[in-house]
Design a protein. Sequence first.
Length: 293
Amino acid sequence: MPGSDPSQRSTVSRWNLCLISVISRERRSARKPGALGLVLALSVSALCRQVNRLEISPDKQWLAAAGNPHIRLFEVNTDNSQHVIGYDAHSNNVTAVGFQCDGKWMYSGSEDGTVKIWDLRAPGCQREYESRAAVNTVVLHPNQKELISGDQNGNIRVWDLTANSCSCELVPEVDTAIRSLTVMWDGSLVVAANNHGTCYVWRVSRKKNQTMTNFEPLHKLQAHNTYILKCLLSPEFCENRYLATTSSDHTVKIWNVDGFTLEKTLTGHTRWVWDCVFSVDGAYLVTAQETPS
């Protein structure tokens, strides 16, 4: 879905996040840590047609910028505006990128139909999995042993990194693109959002004597009437369990996971809302909409 003028280059801006104390309008009480004060530290040319995804490694050493069709790795804690490593094995838009919890390797998904793993200690692609359709989203299970991908044909695949194979395939709706996937911080739930505005929820379990993860259908949620562009479950330290969904209908919706009831609809965006992220404590949600070309 992303597209751009090939003659233009995207810019990745790096910001210092300074915690400040604020007064919550809703709670009327001081919060520490609170809102984030943002100071632009560095802008770097990503040397690609667009930047689809950004991800910072858990140790805050690396910033990965996923573009078309490259991935560029930048050092976070230096003034160097040039990428230090480039990954060029994809042949089409890179739509997903993320890091393993120890920062030893990185994963990616692309519209070229592949999911790839990159060892940050060695050059080149270390593993490749064929999805047979454009990959729109990839997430790493908290157990660090499985990647879950969703593609344009509506397929969800679980890639067992120990067995080095696909251990499970799910098709919620045939030929309805999976746009976004999210996993609960404890690995207990997986949510998939598609182009019809529907979220599918599975309860996930894997017993010690099982060789593969079990996906038990739990709920079907008609969250929006058009594309869902991002779904995201709240983090571990959030007071309640929430699911956030962003859409091409210009809204963001917050759902209570216990019953999947609508908590709030956030309005104010005037274009497609492509992304969202929770703060670590789940008190804030940051959203991003597309901008005019």
